[in-house]
Ligand binder design. Sequence first.
Ligand code: MLT
Length: 263
Amino acid sequence: MNLKIDGAQYSYRTGGSGEPVLLLHGFPFTSESFWPQLDSPPAGVRVICPDHRGFGGSELKPGVITMEAMAKDALALLDALKLDRAIVGGVSMGGYVAMALLRLDPARVKGLVLADTHPLADDAAGKEKREAVAKDVEKNGMAGYAASALPNLLAPEAKPYVKARMQDLMKSVNPAATAAAARGMAARSDSRELLSRYSGPALIVVGEKDAIAPPEKAREMQKLMPRSKLVVIPNAGHLANVEAPQEFNEALGEFVASVAAQG
Ligand code: MLT
């Protein structure tokens, strides 16, 4: 489905019905990376999965794509769907966007789902790596990056079709959007203080073998939020929602039911 935000096309997918849960995708993917949640959402859950600007069906705008810009688009989507509040979740970069949304408009956040992500900003070496990725994809396109990134994103146990689908998805995205989002991640703020002020319910999910946002970081993040629950998914890597969809969806469904019960 599509809408216009400030004159530019913005695209999203939905699945299921019930409590609205915004799910924000990671880097460099699209809303398709939530296929197990879109195709088989937990009972009582309506997942709403936008494409960040420049990804999937959403139009790219010039300049760096900051986490705030992606969060503003997601807020505009909630407005368009007439949702005052929603559970807001994200995988990895999508988690950075969820935190940016919390910073921009905390009243819209009924609960937080932070999957395979963390609240730290990039250090100087991290920012340099982002710039190298941006320059690489601008010059060479996505295929080389997709092949080299995949082993870090998925645990060795990931099913071959999951590996193939995620690699194909990366190859299909716009290199200019990938570069702009890499630069946006380099510019993001530290969100530890923000999370320590958050008093709502939170679910933290992490793959046991996540090499990018590992369980130690998830445990540190959990300490910041008094009402958070941590679920570590065995044998999954950085993309637990596609590697272990049943476990992920079960954790999501239980969390959403508990938030909905609180009204
Ligand atoms: C992602 O999966 O979105 C990225 O790995 C996030 C990052 O590189 O920090």
